[in-house]
Design a protein around this ligand. Structure first.
Ligand code: PHE
Length: 483
């Protein structure tokens, strides 16, 4: 992904990068390849920012002062931030360039479940509070909808818009999509068996589908479009060993501790006229670094409270984006019951409960233990750590039964709005990307801003990569023009 030509001017230009998350490391990496003299200041004791993989021994203290220590077994982990990478994101090009091995992230799985329980406003009918496999829901929904389509076409309802040949073609399509028998949906093996086929004369028994009304009332069909999403469709990917393998590789490529100072929270940012001066805390002292340029990848929610001599317009712009409330819990089980009992190998169960989903691990298949992600939701942020686990487990029990509670070893939860130096999972731009967004795409003096919040790929590492690449390109052009 190298972009900038090595330049003599770059070699005389010093850039201080604020933040060793994906955006900051990418900026330092690309500028470094072009010969720039970069130094990265990172508030935390590690690279990666929100691209955080939770493992044994990890210790997080949230903004309430609550500390958790991860007690997972060695080798088990979950990705608390970004967890899936689509084929077309530049993230994969960086994995290739940096030698980060990837494996499939199972984002859609016929064996994972849908589960809708009734709410005060919605009655889901006979399938309410019943876990149904994606395969069964798809067979039944597509089956009945196809039957209706074939009927409508046969009865001439589409004669005004389709030629009779096209009506025939549409009916063939509906028969194929729905697996219809004589124009009717009566169930078929796509939905699975109540008694599996086997040897000799054991043909198996296919279950009888619920009624068309029951299937429509379940509203499972409203969930199918998730996997049609441009950035959610299989194949999806993850680094082998955890999402933080990417930032670890970037940090190495940048030069490691020679170029990155950890535990160095920024306390002041000043444009000095011909450069920048950044103050930071390190080992209990305030230190200062001077550079020609600065690239700040500090999230706006954090940056807005750091003293600076930015213009009022910049300060105002930094207050505009709002923090998204989200978090995850990792639940370690002593047995991979989802594989052993339920034949679920990766994928996500989707529910209307506030856990939103259950992610089964896409690595360690057929192993002994594993970590399931028990919620991906903002609804848990304000609960205590034990309350988060208890609430998530109670919902999982409704889907998977009491083993979901009884076989739990240990858990660890991350609430991004309460993570120091992040203060949110990502941002949203109220009313869309307006003047404040435009403002932050341009430098304030010699200080540039980068991060996924300054992209059309918010809440993706690709947004951080793309934004960083844009900013170093802008900066390089300026250096080339002025030197
Ligand atoms: N990238 C995150 C995810 O895949 C958040 C996100 C979800 C972003 C859906 C866009 C669309 O979970």
């Amino acid at each position: 992904a190298a972009d900038l030509p090595d330049s003599a001017r770059g070699r005389r230009t010093k850039v201080v990068v604020l933040g060793a998350g994906t955006a900051g490391l990418t900026a330092a990496y690309e500028l470094g390849k072009a010969g720039y003299d970069c130094h990265v200041l990172e508030a935390r004791d590690r690279p990666g920012g929100r691209a955080k993989t939770i493992r044994r021994g990890d210790r997080l203290t949230d903004t309430d002062g609550v500390t958790q220590v991860c007690r997972f077994d060695d080798g088990l982990y979950f990705n608390a931030g970004p967890a899936r990478i689509p084929n077309h994101h530049v993230t994969l090009d960086y994995c290739r360039e940096l030698g980060v091995e990837i494996e499939a992230l199972v984002n859609a799985n016929a064996e994972s479940l849908y589960y809708h329980e009734n709410t005060s406003t919605t009655d889901y009918g006979p399938l309410a509070s019943t876990p149904v496999t994606h395969r069964q829901a798809k067979a039944d929904v597509y089956g009945y909808v196809s039957e209706l389509l074939a009927q409508a076409a046969d009865q001439g309802a589409l004669a005004a818009v389709l030629s009779s040949d096209d009506v025939d073609r549409l009916v063939s399509f509906a028969e194929s999509l729905g697996g219809l028998t004589g124009g009717r949906y009566v169930g078929n093996s796509r939905r699975g068996y109540v008694d599996a086929p086997g040897a000799g004369h054991d043909a198996g028994v296919v279950g009888t589908p619920p009624s068309m009304s029951a299937v429509l009332q379940s509203e499972f069909g409203t969930r199918f479009a998730f996997e049609f999403g441009f950035d959610q469709a299989m194949m999806m990917w993850q680094p082998v060993g955890g999402m933080d393998r990417i930032s670890a590789a970037l940090a190495d490529a940048v030069g490691g501790r020679r170029r990155i100072t950890y535990e160095a929270p920024v306390t002041q940012i000043s444009n000095t006229g011909d450069g920048v001066r950044v103050s930071y805390r390190s080992n209990g002292r305030v230190r200062t670094i001077e550079a020609d340029y600065c690239i700040s990848t500090i999230p706006p929610m954090v940056l807005k409270d750091i003293p600076s001599n930015f213009s009022q317009a910049t300060k105002d712009a930094l207050t505009v984006p709002t923090a998204a409330n989200t978090g995850k819990i990792g639940l370690q089980y002593g047995r991979r019951w989802w594989e052993e009992d339920d034949k679920i190998f990766g994928g996500i169960t989707a529910t209307n409960m506030d856990i939103s989903g259950i992610w089964y691990p896409s690595s360690g298949f057929l192993g002994r233990k594993g970590v399931v992600v028990g919620y991906y939701s903002g609804a848990y942020t304000d609960l205590s750590v034990p309350e988060r686990a208890a609430r998530a487990v109670a919902q999982g029990v409704k889907i998977h039964g009491t083993k979901y509670r009884d076989e739990l070893d240990t858990s660890f939860s991350v609430a991004w709005p309460k993570e120091p130096y992040s203060l949110g999972g990502w941002v949203s731009w109220p009313g869309g990307r307006g003047a404040a967004y435009d403002h932050l795409l341009r430098p304030d003096g010699n200080v540039y801003f980068a991060g996924d919040h300054l992209s059309y790929l918010i809440a993706w590492q690709a947004g951080a990569f793309e934004s960083a690449r844009q900013v170093v390109t802008d900066l390089h052009q300026r250096v080339a023009a002025t030197a």
